[in-house]
Design a protein around this ligand. Structure first.
Ligand SMILES: Cc1cc2nc3c(=O)[nH]c(=O)nc-3n(C[C@H](O)[C@H](O)[C@H](O)COP(=O)(O)OP(=O)(O)OC[C@H]3O[C@@H](n4cnc5c(N)ncnc54)[C@H](O)[C@@H]3O)c2cc1C
Length: 568
């Protein structure tokens, strides 16, 4: 049996490309033309959703089945249905974001997490990570909604590093080098910043994905940029020729409102006769012919009823780095020992769910800025009602910002600075990330700033496994953060860079100083020593929400690969 993983080139991940062998790409698995002659199965009543998509009516004559309507699935459905002769059916476990007006307001992004649009998954506890989280389990938000995780996302528009793409190609994945994928970035992009758009080699204004500069910038963000310039960092477009440097954020925001990938790509496709959606449809497993050589259909649960459909044509699995292995494992495609332990008949022994990589990062290092002036997004001082009023009536104010107002790609002492292949990403927050009550309570009503520091290419590898055969049971997420001590040391070094920035004249002018309350659990260690930072990281570092790698792409001789470079 062969099958295809399709990786969509919107961007590898918001924290840049993550790994040397498989990066933050959307994961989509396509089972190639295994269909049998189609039997029409009517499982719904034709109607249109609020945004005009045609609802699932019948699978008769469908050429492409897409399982998972997140970032990857939305783009595929949109692009495949551009050909009027191709009938596309998209099955999505969640509902439609247009039902939630909050989804429009950039600053309220985090309210969507832990809502019905979120699978609300958590990682399994480990000894050396997520120690300050409830039951030592880190939150792993994932979109369960049309648009998938892009509907919950922070809207940051960044691309992967050229070298990551080139490395994929060098590893035998033909067609994945940067020059080959760049045209797809351009095809997707609608950059509303005319200065950036003028650089036609790297930007375009012709695509569906609007990218713009948020209308609001906190004065503290300008201090951050000035501090970078003072230290000799480049201020540049990090999505162009070079990545190392600092940039005011560009976001997937259109006319001041959040733009999920579903809105961007399925919006223009709404009303097409050849594109049908079936929402609230949880794909449970693939069905095979008796010889187990062909996929002939799918089982799914819709509104509490288990349905099965015979499928003809392409079957595309685009359920994300957690959902995709979930479907494959339940279908009998995965590590034989794990499937046997779960009493699932093995269809194909493959390393599905292995090679899990996630961006680990920390947002808790906070600096006080008592002399900062002007209002600030992401601050307790913001008068929420006034800001919402300003947003609704004028499309202005701090509600137009996600709270992350600048990003930077920087080299730790472990990176080769001559290479333009930075190993850290910073996200600047002109406020605080108030998670632990005891620790953060003294910070309330104080002016402050923080940097989320993210490790871009972790060496640690985790795994996704089934908890049980039950399709509704949570999956087991074993991230194994900091299994490689180098991952920890790179992040330790990131504090040195943050502290250096905080000591520039730009930050001195706002009275910047580090918040000095020792983090609970690390009180015994000398404050801001390397050992303190190691402890701080093991307690407070968190997923930065970019899991990848669980259906790895690679050539035939790569025993860790699940699919080839054509994603089959
Ligand atoms: C909180 C958060 C913030 C983020 N911020 C940013 C950002 O600012 N910038 C950025 O570039 N990236 C960001 N990301 C990452 C980005 O959203 C993901 O990399 C991207 O959405 C992955 O695309 P995907 O299609 O692989 O998966 P997803 O977008 O997660 O889509 C998978 C879809 O499959 C569906 N699904 C899963 N299982 C099944 C099943 N069994 N049956 C049917 N449907 C199923 C899900 O409901 C979901 O809709 C963020 C992610 C999160 C969670």
């Amino acid at each position: 049996m062969s099958f295809i993983v399709f990786s969509y080139v919107w961007k590898p991940c918001h924290n840049s490309s993550q790994t040397s062998d498989f990066s933050c790409f959307t994961q989509v698995v396509i089972f190639k033309k295994y269909g049998v002659s189609g039997r029409a199965v009517v499982v719904g009543v034709a109607n249109r959703t609020a945004s005009g998509f045609k609802h699932h009516n019948s699978i008769f004559g469908v050429h492409a089945f897409i399982f998972g309507g997140g970032s990857g699935g939305s783009v595929l459905a949109s692009r495949l249905s551009e050909d009027p002769d191709v009938r596309v059916l998209l099955l999505e476990a969640g509902s439609n974001e247009v039902e939630e007006p909050l989804a429009e307001i950039p600053a309220l992004t985090s309210f969507l997490q832990r809502s019905d649009f979120d699978w609300k998954t958590k990682s399994e506890p480990g000894d050396g990570f997520c120690l300050a989280m409830s039951k030592k389990r880190c939150s792993w938000p994932r979109g369960k909604v049309l648009g998938g995780s892009s509907t919950l996302g922070n809207m940051i528009y960044t691309r992967g590093n050229k070298k990551d793409f080139d490395k994929w190609a060098q590893m035998g994945n033909t067609g994945w080098d940067f020059e080959s994928v760049l045209p797809y970035f351009l095809k997707s992009e609608d950059n509303r910043n005319r200065f950036k758009a003028a650089d036609k080699k790297f930007h375009s204004q012709d695509g569906y994905l609007t990218v713009s500069d948020p209308a609001f910038k906190s004065p503290l963000t300008l201090s951050f940029m000035a501090s970078a310039a003072e230290m000799g960092y480049q201020i540049r477009d990090v999505n162009a020729e070079n990545q190392t440097g600092f940039m005011l954020i560009q976001s997937t925001i259109r006319d001041g409102r959040r733009l999920s990938i579903a809105k961007a790509f399925l919006g223009p496709a709404s009303g097409k006769e050849n594109l049908q959606l079936s929402l609230n449809s949880l794909v449970t497993k693939l069905r095979f012919n008796s010889k187990k050589t062909k996929v002939i259909g799918v089982s799914y649960v819709k509104n509490g009823t288990t349905l099965s459909a015979r499928a003809k044509g392409e079957i595309i699995i685009s359920a994300g780095a957690v959902g995709t292995p979930g479907i494959l494992l339940r279908s009998g495609i995965g590590p034989a020992d794990h499937l046997e332990a779960m009493k699932i008949p093995v269809v194909r022994d493959a390393p599905v769910g292995k090679n899990l990589q996630d961006h680990i990062g920390i947002c808790a290092m906070t600096f006080l800025a008592p002399n900062a002036r002007g209002s600030s997004s992401n601050s307790n001082e913001t008068d929420l009602r006034a800001e919402i009023f300003k947003f609704l009536n004028h499309g202005k104010g701090s509600m137009t910002s996600s709270g992350i107002e600048a990003i930077a790609f920087v080299n730790s002492k472990f990176a080769d600075a001559s290479e333009d292949f930075p190993d850290l990403q910073f996200q600047f927050i002109p406020g605080g990330v108030h998670v632990w009550k005891k620790w953060f309570t003294p910070l309330r009503s104080k002016r402050q700033w923080a940097v989320c520091s993210t490790l871009l290419r972790p060496e640690s590898r985790g795994e996704i496994r089934l908890k049980s055969r039950n399709s509704k049971a949570d999956l087991i997420i074993l991230p194994n953060y900091f299994n490689s001590s180098k991952d920890l040391e790179i992040l330790v070094d990131s504090f040195r860079i943050m502290f250096n920035l905080s000591q520039t004249a730009a930050f001195a002018s706002v009275g910047s100083s580090p918040y000095e309350m020792p983090f609970p659990g690390c009180e015994e260690l000398a404050l801001f020593s390397d050992d303190y930072f190691r402890c701080f990281l093991r307690h407070a570092a968190q997923s930065m929400h970019d899991p990848v790698g669980t259906a790895k792409m690679g050539p035939k001789n790569d025993s860790t690969a699940v699919v080839d470079s054509k994603l089959r």
